[in-house]
Design a protein around this ligand. Sequence first.
Ligand code: DGJ
Length: 728
Amino acid sequence: MGISYNQEARVFRLDTPGSTYLISLVDEMGFVCHAYYGRKIPDDNMNYLLRVNPQFLPFRESGQQTNVLDELPLEYPCHGLGDFRESCLRVETEEGHRVCGLTYLSHKIYGGKPALPGLPATHGGQEDCATLELRCRDEALGLEVSLLYTAFENLDVICRSARIENCGDRPLRLTAALSACLDMDNRSFDLITLHGSWAYERMINRRPLSWGKQGVSSRRGISSHQEQPFLALAERDANQSHGQVYAMHFVYSGNFIAQAEMRQQELVRVVMGIDTESFGWKLGPGESFQTPEAVLAYSSTGLDGMTHALHDLYRRHLTRGPWRDKPRPSLVNNWEATYFDFDSDKLLDIARTAAGRGIEMLVLDDGWFGCRNTDDNSLGDWFVNEKKLPGGLKRLADEINKLGMKFGLWVEPEMVSPDSELFRAHPDYALQIPGRSPMLSRTQLVLDLSREEVRRCVYDQLHKVLSSANIEYVKWDMNRSLTDVAGFCLEADRQGELFHRYVLGVYDLQERLLHDFPDLLLENCASGGGRFDPGMLYYSPQIWTSDNTDAIDRLRIQEGTALIYPLSTMGAHVAACPSHTNGRVTPFETRGLVSLPGCFGYELDLTKLTGEELDMIPGQLENYRKYGPVFHGGDYYRLASYGENQEYDALMAVSKDKRVAVVDYVHVMSRQQRRSVLLALRGLDEEKRYRSSESGEIRSGAGWMYGGLLLPTMKGDFLGKLIVLEEV
Ligand code: DGJ
């Protein structure tokens, strides 16, 4: 078991294959201190790192109590007693007092990992992980907090969350309930975050950690296009394959804060959790609040180590269901092909062309329901528009099935259009404040999914639709941020709970869906990648990466996404050209190469392709069939970044048994008289011998890695090549 307690030293020890995490109980008060996190060490007692001046202990008798608390590295800091840095837990009493401090009460260590009720979370059995529950208490408040830590046996990952219980007899109000804190000394850290905007998600940003507070957050009700609930501290000289990296990633899909703070003595505090500004939670006597989970990953082998730990964790211990490990079907989606302008005949034309080339599924996107021919009506009216689809979804799905293809469907269950039967019947179902007209976005409002009757109304409709035909895939969309966040049914002192209750409502709906349709392949989406987070991955093994389908823009978007998410989670389609996003013209082949590593599909009118383009499809699908499993299940390496060099892009995946490696190279901008590009490969077995599909040359893994792979010289822009190395 990777967790133990040294009673003499009063130290909890959490071990993963390459890291050690030590928690120390300090003073007879039992402060729960963070003693060490980093490369694996045999020592238990590392208390010298805490730098507590012995003269200041015992704490109660010390005249310097605030000096102790303000510099003590703590596991779950509170507020108002002398630690003036960011706190994880903030509590207000009925009298309005705002002070809280936790000390050790008891603990439990056991194999496996408990589920977090109503929340997405990583999972693992006795053989995969061990859990420590550290119970702490604030005597004066009658408040108890269980800090949960799970250490994974085969991954350098520790997952944390907190359960907060009001054990007193008077109500308390939580004004902050974060999930994790990491106190450390600065070691010339860089801060890495992913920022973006609609159609330009997850751009990698790396800058030196500086004084004060810095970080990212969302208050949009979704994790957002703009910020990712992730941050990493990397030693300044850390690169892809060298140096120490500490990452935190939040398994949650709503408002969040991810913040690093550097203060006096270069003390660094990293915190992650539900955003505090938009949060409040009333905790009655006997009630408890479970925070979502934060994932901590440690790497001593640079960004590769962090990426691999997160990829493996999400593939094995976060995603669930029959589609987790199965090859995902190639598909054609009609959105960029037709937008709202389609009928059964048009869809069947596309399907016939697709089936003839071997595409496995047709996905019917927005516009099949109510009277929706534009985006300003009908959300909430989940019944089929028979004018467009005579005979309903059943007839269409049957026809598509007859072609040997699966049928998938788009829905947007969280929304309501003011121009809809649902809104006319139940205007109070939408989030809004009486006396204030709610803000529209894409002419739609957000349903108050914190209410069970609203969820039931939407779910019953969905259930009926999905039972009406052979629908094997659902794309669950969500196309606006939350505003006017007020609930008709919540008391005034609980309105601050609504953002979180909304997210719990979304989770509840998706859980019901998976329960009732266990074989369904669910893909999440939020105007592209507006809710691409580990929380959603618990429900759907894949997410639509971005509404930006231009192959060249996608290079950077997918690079940032793949830094922390497995390629098997990224929806990636060969889209129409000139690009509907930016008008760029790129070769069909290159669009295929850029989409290949993800969940591969087409998003254009296949009936309008040239014969030459149509002829390329079977080859692209064959590559997806052969190498999709290597991209999706193997180890990913970023070899070159177009975002950095402005010239070319290259990624590589190596199968877990190291017998096959695939290099996906895109030559973006030609440069005059460039010598051929040399790529130092990674992740191969030094001893094995591999043949290159490009040159036919056979070389050792060591040769390909330390000598490198010479790429073919290419004339022209936006070209590319797939190179496969297979063991001989
Ligand atoms: C936003 C999605 O990202 C698109 O792929 C498409 O489904 C539209 N919504 C439909 O309204």
